[in-house]
Design a protein around this ligand. Structure first.
Ligand code: CAA
Length: 389
C-alpha cells in the first residue's frame, strides 16, 4: 500500500485543518451544548467544496479521490464530529449514490446542488422496526395507475440531516409482495419541499448533538418515476453498495475523534504532575498512551487501505465491502476505547464540560452504531470470509 501523499492530498488535508481550526473550533462546544444545527459553517464548508469532494467538477464537486475525502473528513471530525457526520452523509451517502446510479439528468438536477454545497442531502434507509435488519422495509412507494409517479406512505427514522435536507435518497418498497422482501425495494430521490413530506421531532442525542436527526413522514407523497435511481427492485443493493462507501467515511470520522482525544491526553500527561512527577512518567499512563497511538495508526492503515480499494473499484468494479467493514469496526472501537482512556488520563478534568474530552467520548459512541453496528460489520466480514450465512 502506497502511503505517500501527493501535493493535492496534502493541500486538501491542510485546507480542511485550517478551516476546522478557524471556523469550527471556536463554536463546537457551544453548538454541542445547544444542539443547534451549525448552518453557517456547513454552508461555508459547502462553498469550499467539502460536500462533494469525489464528485467531478461537471456535477458541482471538486473531482478528487477517496483518500482526499478521508483526509479532509478526518481533519473536520478531529475538531467536531457533528460537522464530520453532516459532511460524511452529503459526500458518501447522498452524492456517491446519485453519482454512481443516477442518470445524466438526475446528476445535473439532484447531485450538483448538494455537491456544490448549496443545499444539504440525506439518506433514508432505517425505519422504526428496521435498523440492523435493513431489508425489513415497510415504507411503500406504489406506482400510480398511469405509471407516471410513485405514491409514498410511511415513516423513516434516525435520518441524519433530516431536519435540514433539501433532497433525500429514499429506499422504499415498490413491490411489497416481493420474496425475498429486499427484491421489492427501489431507490427514489425525494424533494423535501413537496407536499406529502413532513418531519417529526428532532432526536435528543447523547453525542454529535449539533448534527440534526429526525423521523420523516410520507403521506401520499408523489414522486415522479424519473426520480427513481436504477431499476425497480435494485434499491436494496444500491443501499448496501452506498453503505460500503459511507462506512469508510464513518471510519475517518472515528479516526478524527480518536486523534483529538489522544493528542489532548498526551499533552495533559506531559504537564500534569502527581507524586512529584509528570503523570506521563508513570508506566500505567505510558502504556495507555502507547496503546492509544498504536491503535490509531492501525485504524489509519485500515481506512487508507479501504479508500484505495474503493478507488481501485472505479476501474475493476470489484466490491470493497470487506475493507470498508474492517476499517469501520476497528476505527470506531478504537475511537470509543481511546476516548475512554483520554478521560481516565485527565481524571476529574476529563469528566468536566470545561474540556472537550467528554464531548469526544460522547461523539465516539455513535460510530459503533450508525451505518451498521459493530455486530453487523462483524457478521458481514465473517460471511465474506467463510462464505457461510
Ligand atoms: N453491495 C452490493 N450488493 C450487496 C451488498 C453490497 N455491499 N451487500 C449485500 N448485497 C446484496 C446481496 O448480494 C443480496 O443480493 P443477491 O441475493 O442477488 O445475491 C442482497 O443484497 C441481500 O443481501 P443479504 O442477503 O446479505 O441481506 P441481509 O438481509 O442478510 O442483510 C445486512 C444484510 C448486511 C445485515 C444489511 O441489512 C445491513 O447492512 N444492515 C445494517 C443497516 C445499516 O447499516 N444501516 C445504516 C443506516 S444509514 C445511517 O446510519 C446513516 C447515518 O445516520 C449516518
Amino acid at each position: 500500500m502506497d502511503l505517500h501523499l501527493s501535493d493535492e492530498h496534502r493541500m486538501i488535508r491542510d485546507m480542511a485543518r485550517d478551516f476546522a481550526q478557524k471556523e469550527i473550533a471556536p463554536i463546537a462546544a457551544r453548538y454541542d451544548e445547544s444542539g443547534e444545527f451549525p448552518y453557517e459553517t456547513i454552508m461555508k464548508m459547502g462553498a469550499q467544496g467539502f460536500m462533494g469532494i469525489e464528485v467531478p467538477e461537471e456535477y458541482g464537486g471538486v473531482g478528487m479521490d477517496t483518500l482526499a475525502y478521508v483526509l479532509a473528513l478526518e481533519e473536520i471530525s478531529k475538531v467536531d464530529a457533528s460537522h464530520g457526520v453532516i459532511m460524511s452523509v452529503c459526500n458518501s451517502l447522498y452524492c456517491y449514490g446519485i453519482l454512481h446510479y443516477g442518470t445524466e439528468e438526475q446528476k445535473q438536477k439532484y447531485l450538483r446542488p448538494v455537491a456544490s454545497g448549496e443545499v444539504i442531502g440525506a439518506y433514508a434507509l432505517t425505519e422504526p422496526q428496521s435498523g440492523s435488519d435493513a431489508a425489513n422495509i415497510r415504507v411503500t412507494a406504489l406506482l400510480s395507475p398511469d405509471g407516471s409517479h410513485y405514491v409514498i406512505n410511511g415513516t423513516k427514522s434516525w435520518i441524519t440531516s433530516g431536519p435540514v435536507a433539501k433532497y433525500i435518497l429514499l429506499f422504499a418498497q415498490t413491490d411489497p409482495e416481493a420474496k425475498p422482501r429486499y427484491r421489492g425495494v427501489s431507490a427514489l430521490i425525494i424533494d423535501t419541499d413537496e407536499p406529502g413530506f413532513s418531519r417529526g421531532k428532532t432526536e435528543p442525542k447523547l453525542g454529535i448533538r449539533a448534527s440534526a436527526t429526525c423521523e420523516i413522514h410520507f403521506e401520499d407523497y408523489k414522486c415522479p418515476v424519473e426520480r427513481r435511481l436504477g431499476k425497480e427492485g435494485e434499491g436494496f443493493k444500491i443501499a448496501m453498495a452506498v453503505l460500503d462507501a459511507g462506512r469508510i467515511g464513518i471510519a475517518a470520522q472515528a479516526l478524527g475523534i480518536a486523534e483529538a482525544a489522544y493528542e489532548a491526553a498526551r499533552e495533559y500527561a506531559r504537564e500534569r504532575e502527581a507524586f512529584g512527577k509528570k503523570i506521563g512518567q508513570f508506566q500505567m499512563i505510558q502504556q495507555k498512551l502507547a496503546d492509544m497511538k498504536t491503535r490509531i495508526e492501525a485504524s489509519r492503515l485500515l481506512i487508507y487501505k479501504a479508500a484505495l480499494a474503493k478507488e481501485a473499484a472505479k476501474e475493476t468494479g470489484k466490491r470493497y465491502t470487506l475493507e470498508s467493514c474492517m476499517a469501520k469496526t476497528f476505527a470506531s472501537e478504537t475511537a470509543m476505547w481511546v476516548t475512554t482512556q483520554a478521560i481516565q488520563i485527565h481524571g476529574g478534568m476529563g469528566y468536566s464540560k470545561e474540556l472537550p474530552i467528554e464531548r469526544y467520548f460522547r461523539d465516539a459512541k455513535v460510530t459503533e452504531i450508525y451505518e451498521g453496528t459493530s455486530e453487523i460489520q462483524r457478521m458481514v466480514i465473517a460471511r465474506l470470509e467463510t462464505g457461510l450465512r
